[in-house]
Design a protein around this ligand. Sequence first.
Ligand code: CU
Length: 256
Amino acid sequence: MGSSKKNNKCPYRLVAQDVAISDPKRSQSGNRGSNPRGEANFDVGFLAIVMHVVYPLLLGLILCASMFSPLLVVAGELANGIVKGVITLRGRPTSDAVVSVGGMPQADVKSQIARAVMDQRDVKFIPRVLAILAGTTVDFPNNDKTFHNAFSPSESKRFDLGLYAPQKSRSVRFENPGVLRILCNVHPNMEAFIVVKDHPYFAVPDGRGNYRINNVSLGKHQLEVWHPEHGMKTASFNLAYAGEVLGIDFELRTGR
Ligand SMILES: [Cu+2]
């Protein structure tokens, strides 16, 4: 990364130099003597320097800055750290969990236009645990051959989508952070959970229990691991240096 940055020369500085060399008459103030009205010639020479050296250099600097701004953003992210690991339940990887970093700054969720899906398939909600940023709209498509319903009695968002036919879909927008239990009033065994977070520093482990949370600021934090049957468990961690990738595996039964 570091070496590729060094090789990435900015072409615009060369442009400014070329102008100064290829047009020596105008850029050299020594030309002054050839004009009987020396003072006026000095103004022309000064103007020429501004036009051909200072102005292109300034323009070059601005263009360089805009060229490298994506690199600066990446550098900003590298100044933070990453926390990742495997979540297990009785030694087995689980994806029925939400891993998050506690106390992170709240995101601007009013402008959220994100969508997520909680499928209704094989008389189940899939995934069983879904984590979203507040403001996200969740679609509940019915991909079975039977009617389904989706409702939640949970305080942060009570809703009831009513009965709907196969191949139909209904949706809900979740504005408030919290944990919601999702049920179907036709099939008592159908149960799922939606965890709504007010910041983006969270992850649901994949099928092998792997989670990863990027761009976490340096310092001391709490790792929060939520599971439907085990509630919220926490572990302290410290990101000590920029670019650190900290591994934290978490067993839900023992809490560490
Ligand atoms: Cu159902």
